[in-house]
Structures are given as structure tokens and as C-alpha cells.
Design a protein. Structure first.
Ligand SMILES: Nc1ncnc2c1ncn2[C@@H]1O[C@H](COP(=O)(O)OP(=O)(O)OP(=O)(O)O)[C@@H](O)[C@H]1O
Ligand SMILES: [Mg+2]
Length: 299
């Protein structure tokens, strides 16, 4: 099982969009995916329709330290309201898409976390996700976080094998990314003496419009590489600004359903770069998909 936390100290950069779309794509290539909405604003919780809404969610997961079935909701694809073309919808390849929904708008969970010892608080997501019943049930866990430093973000960072950091391609956002990332590194390096390790970070440019801006920001991030202690690498895939992302969110489906050519390609490339062990695996509506089980015409 591989855990990715989508994190950024800046709001609105596309964290939820990436978590939802990568989750939907992984499910369509046949993997078992668990989404965890660790943002107080329940955007990921609302992204997909639910065919089963569990009575509990994040609060119980964190407070009990156990991922019990009554915290696991099941996403519904396609939702009953989906009016997309049937021939564009990927066939199900046996993947699953589950969700631990965010239920902590009133701030009680954060208050509860503040009262814990630092180490205990940091392990509150890491510990339940390392349980054999969870590692054997899921291939990938994707954790969405809020765009602000806090206990939930700390616990989500500490649970990850890898961090995915979306960056907007403007200079103000890039500087904020650099400052935010350095303070995140400082914050988490304090835990190194209790045996915690800061996961590697992969930054991805999102909502890009012009190649020139992207090059500029990529160069800036690379120049700061040493200050970021060699922990951050820049992915070569960039996610362009495209209406398909908003359309997909409105229809409660992943973007590779709405735009099976361009944005589907972007998401596949991003996924393959992010998790090299799935490189080459495609959703069934991707042009590269080869159905090895299909009967061959030998003539
Ligand atoms: N590549 C894209 N192209 C166009 N619109 C996008 C793209 N990525 C995200 N958006 C839109 O930008 C808005 C913000 O995206 P999103 O909610 O994913 O950001 P976020 O980082 O999760 O924000 P927050 O910090 O508030 O949680 C949404 O309306 C989303 O549909
Ligand atoms: Mg969000």
C-alpha cells in the first residue's frame, strides 16, 4: 500500500482536484483506493456521489486510531445524475473507491488533537493506516489536506510515503510555496529525533496557462532545491488550466471521463510519474489501453 498526501500551505491551488482525479483514475485502472478527507472544509467528501454513506468518518478514525468499517463510505461512479456519453465511460476493471469523509467542521477534532502529546497526535493517521487489515485492503491511500498549517495537516504529512505539492504558476504563489515548504520541512524535522522521517515531496505545476511562466517557476524551484534540503523534486508533467476539471467536478466524475483525450493523458502521465509502479497502466477509455483478454483476430 502506498500513501500520498496532497499538501500545500496555500489554498485553492488544486489539492482536492488532484486527490479526487488521481483517486478516480487509480480506481479505473483496477486498483483499490481509499480517499481520506482531512480538510475541515469537506470538498473531497462532496466530490463524488456516495452509494454508501458510513455513519462515521475522520473524527472516529483519528480519535479511535482504528479504520473501522463504520468510517468507510463508498463512492458511486457514475452517479445517478451523470448524463455523459456511455461510450466514453471506462469499464470497471475491478477497482474500488472508498472515502473517509470529513466531519469536523465544528473544530472539535482539532481541539481534541491539541490536547494530545505531540508524538501521539502525529501518529493518529499513520498508525491506523499501517494496520495489516488496511494495508491488505487498499493499494493506494490519497489524503487531502487543508491549505493551512495545523494538527490535521501534521498527522496527514506524517502518514504519507510521499507528498504531492501543487503549485500555481505565478511568482507570488511560487514564493509562497517555497516559504511554506521550508517551514513545513522545519516543522517536521523537529520530529526526526523521535524517529519520524519527512516523506519526499513532489511538486506539480497546476492550472498552468503559459509555458514561459512554467519554465520560470520550475527554474525558481530548482534554484531553491538546496535550501529545501534536496527533499523536493519537480514533476515534469504539468496540469493545465482547463474547463474539463470544473465540468468533471460538477458531474461528480473524474476528469478522464469528461475529457478522455487531453486531460486523461495529463492525469495518466502525472500518475505514472508519481507512482512508477503503475506506469503504463491505463483506464479502459484511454487510447493506449490494450485489452489483453480481448479475443485476437489471427488472420
Ligand atoms: N487544472 C485546473 N483547471 C481549471 N480549474 C481547476 C484546475 N484545478 C482546480 N481547478 C478549480 O480551482 C478551484 C480550486 O481547486 P481545489 O478545490 O482543488 O483547490 P484546493 O487546493 O483543494 O483548495 P482549498 O485550499 O480551498 O482546499 C476549483 O473550482 C477547481 O475546480
Ligand atoms: Mg481542497
Amino acid at each position: 500500500m502506498f500513501t500520498i498526501t496532497v499538501v500545500s500551505t496555500k489554498g485553492g491551488v488544486g489539492k482536492t482536484t488532484l486527490a479526487a482525479n488521481l483517486g478516480g483514475l487509480l480506481r479505473d485502472i483496477g486498483l483499490r483506493v481509499l480517499l481520506i478527507d482531512a480538510d475541515v472544509q469537506p470538498s473531497l467528501t462532496r466530490y463524488y456521489a456516495l452509494e454508501h454513506e458510513a455513519p462515521h468518518g475522520l473524527t472516529q478514525l483519528i480519535r479511535s486510531g482504528v479504520l473501522s468499517p463504520d468510517c468507510i463510505s463508498h463512492c458511486q461512479l457514475p452517479p445517478a445524475s451523470y448524463d455523459g456519453k456511455l461510450d466514453k465511460m471506462p469499464q470497471s476493471l475491478g477497482g474500488v473507491l472508498h472515502l473517509v469523509r470529513s466531519d469536523t467542521r465544528d473544530g472539535k477534532l482539532q481541539d481534541w488533537m491539541s490536547s494530545r502529546m505531540a508524538l501521539d497526535m502525529l501518529m493518529r493517521l499513520n498508525m491506523p493506516l499501517k494496520h495489516p487489515s488496511v494495508t491488505s485492503a487498499y493499494d493506494v491511500v490519497l489524503i487531502d489536506t487543508q491549505g493551512a498549517i495545523g494538527h490535521l495537516q501534521d498527522a496527514a504529512v506524517n502518514a504519507a510515503d510521499q507528498l504531492l505539492v501543487p503549485v500555481s504558476p505565478d511568482i507570488v504563489s511560487a514564493r509562497e510555496f517555497l516559504d511554506g515548504t521550508i517551514s513545513l520541512l522545519d516543522r517536521h524535522e523537529c520530529t526526526a529525533n523521535v524517529g519520524m522521517k519527512m516523506p519526499p515531496m513532489k511538486a506539480v505545476l497546476t492550472r498552468t496557462e503559459k509555458t514561459k511562466d512554467c519554465n520560470l517557476i520550475s527554474d525558481l524551484v530548482r534554484e531553491q532545491f538546496i535550501e529545501m534540503r534536496g527533499r523536493v523534486s519537480m514533476l515534469s508533467t504539468v496540469v493545465p488550466a482547463a474547463v474539463a476539471y470544473r465540468k468533471a467536478a460538477t458531474s461528480q466524475v473524474p476528469v478522464h471521463w469528461v475529457d478522455p483525450l487531453k486531460q486523461s493523458d495529463v492525469m495518466h502521465k502525472l500518475l505514472w510519474e508519481l507512482i512508477p509502479s503503475v506506469a503504463g497502466m491505463c483506464a479502459s477509455n484511454h487510447p493506449d489501453f490494450i485489452d489483453l483478454n480481448a479475443p485476437h483476430d489471427d488472420n
